[in-house]
Design a protein around this ligand. Sequence first.
Ligand code: GSH
Length: 222
Amino acid sequence: MADKKFELISFALCPYVQRARAILAEKKIEHDIKYIDLDSPPDWFFDVSPLEKVPVLLVDGEPLFESMAICEYLDEVTDGSLYPDDPFKKAQNRAWIEFGNTILDLTYQLFTTDDERKFKQTTAILDEKFDILEEDCLKGTPFFNGDKFSIIDAVYAPLFRFHKALAAYHDSGFFTDRPNLCLWRDTLLDYDAVNKSVNPDYDDEFDAYLKGQDSVFSSRIS
Ligand SMILES: N[C@@H](CCC(=O)N[C@@H](CS)C(=O)NCC(=O)O)C(=O)O
């Protein structure tokens, strides 16, 4: 691992990039970051990203795409595992990661849709998902698996970051009377590797992005 050169192809606000950056920070892996404009990607990007998405990790120039493939690879080539050792618990982590992907998609819809009906529907579905996390999944521990950071924490941290920014304008109630969820969110948003997964000007940049949307959410805040 030590002799490999890592370069992460990124977009500053991307939650999937944040996952990879959190693992790079947690495992203290030296790397470079290259930002691209997703609205106008350079020609070389299409050669390294078959789905035309970030993140892409270049390992000695060889591309690896998809955030979970990147996170798991980085975890495997470094000491210690950020997954539980027990195969069933590990599989459960993966299943709840998929659940997190659904919450991330819904969250994106929440602040981008320009359809009032869809906005309300999405709010209701998100509330159900957070309720499932609170009632059926979380155990009242600081991190998902107890008192140590895992890959699944790197997946949920960016969505908590989104909701922190949204809640500054509108309290959806997603975190009301949900102590397990709040403890997990607060632990992650205070965690060093998570904070290192975004640039110092992230909050301002996301705020500008949010206000620049032609969406139901943005029309309510500006
Ligand atoms: N499943 C992908 C999703 C990555 C993704 O959606 N990235 C967005 C930026 S946050 C992207 O590159 N979008 C460009 C596009 O869809 O054209 C992963 O986990 O890496």
